[in-house]
Design a protein around this ligand. Structure first.
Ligand SMILES: [Zn+2]
Length: 361
């Protein structure tokens, strides 16, 4: 699908330099010599082929043709390396981090019990979920192949509790618009938030980008991912390794959190993501390969999304899944048997949500 080879051929430059020598006439003598002509032939034979991952339909990239500088920012309570490209913070290839809601220095999102919570907490927070299970959207009139959007939306509606409604004046909505790659924000950011779709972005890629917009991160970036997968940094293209960093270092002990990483998730990177040599960059922890897909939501995706957006029919309570990570009120936390845990700089800490703010227990 993605056939964007970045073929950078510097055309052979044939530079012909003519050096004219002027012989100054001395008095009345005009000497005219043969103008020596030197030909400098300079050929730059740099047929550089830079392959980005834009030819892999299992890895979405916001700007396949561009590379930016890498910088660390803080968002949803986590430090994450982002690529600063085309004026945007890009995380893991296709996730756009809102600049106004991220910070260059740590922002306090979890407070000690009894601590006064500052009034202005705008930095570092995200609205995250859509309300009443309704996602409003609109399409740029110039977007090619609009059916991939309609097909992706139908797939989401058929499999989850979410409903997608064409915007009629609502202020928070997704705007599907053409771009150089596929990209999205994570969760409802407030206002108009774009999902960009290059022509090569398939229906499956669109399902994936909508997954971000309703609040999903990449499956391989689970905080506990190192218990499930091995990253082979030696096979990653230079300058792309940051795409594989987790936002928190794993390392807390214990096997009690048993929910597994879902290799079949539509939010899972391909094993060959950003490979420089055709060797896998991600394998299962035991070194074996897995197959990634971009055709449909997995049963794990459906379960996870429906736990974020429980059915509104029966008024049932939210059924969070043990061991899953959720971004709630600006913080990414893990649910486990009625308790919430946050991967703090000091390890995994139990936290509690009180009137919209998180506190350490
Ligand atoms: Zn993605």
């Amino acid at each position: 699908m993605f056939k964007y080879y970045k073929l950078k051929i510097k055309k052979d430059l044939l530079m012909r330099k003519l050096k004219l020598f002027f012989w100054l006439p001395v008095l009345s003598i005009m000497a005219c010599s043969d103008d020596p002509v030197s030909e400098d032939i300079q050929v730059e034979n740099q047929n550089q082929i830079t392959t980005s991952n834009s030819n892999d339909p299992l890895v979405e990239i916001a700007f396949p043709e561009s590379k930016g500088s890498i910088t660390d920012i803080y968002y949803t309570g986590m430090k994450m390396p982002v690529e600063n490209v085309n004026g945007k913070y890009i995380y893991q290839g296709d996730i756009i981090i809102p600049k106004g809601k991220s910070s260059k220095s740590p922002v306090k999102l979890v407070f000690e019990k009894g601590e006064d919570v500052p009034e202005n907490k705008s930095v570092g927070r995200t609205s995250a979920y859509w309300t009443d299970n309704v996602v409003y959207y609109d399409l740029d009139g110039s977007l090619p192949d609009k059916n991939r959007v309609y097909d992706a939306i139908s797939h989401w509606e058929a499999n989850t509790n979410l409903e997608f409604v064409k915007r009629s004046g609502q202020s928070n909505y997704i705007y599907f618009t053409p771009g150089s790659g596929c990209s999205s924000y994570v969760g409802m950011t407030g206002g108009r938030q774009e999902i960009t779709l290059a022509s090569a972005c398939s229906t499956g890629n669109t399902i994936h980008e909508i997954g971000h917009a309703v609040g999903l991160w990449h499956e391989q970036s689970r905080v506990d991912r190192d218990r499930h997968i091995t990253i082979h940094f030696e096979n990653i293209q230079s300058g792309r390794g940051y795409n594989f960093e987790t936002y928190a270092s794993a390392g807390y002990d214990g096997e009690e959190f048993t929910t597994n990483l879902d290799f079949g998730s539509i939010m899972m990177y391909s094993p060959y993501s950003f490979s420089k040599n055709g060797e896998p960059t991600i394998t299962r922890a035991d070194g074996s390969l897995y197959s990634a897909q971009r055709s449909s939501l997995s049963s794990g995706d459906v379960q996870g999304v429906n736990s974020m957006y429980p059915s509104t029919d029966g008024g049932s309570e939210t059924n969070y899944i043990n061991g899953e990570y959720y971004t709630i009120n600006g913080l990414t936390v893990m649910y486990y048997y009625d308790y919430w845990y946050y991967e703090s700089p000091f390890g995994l800490k139990r936290v509690e949500l009180i009137r919209g703010n998180w506190f350490y227990i």
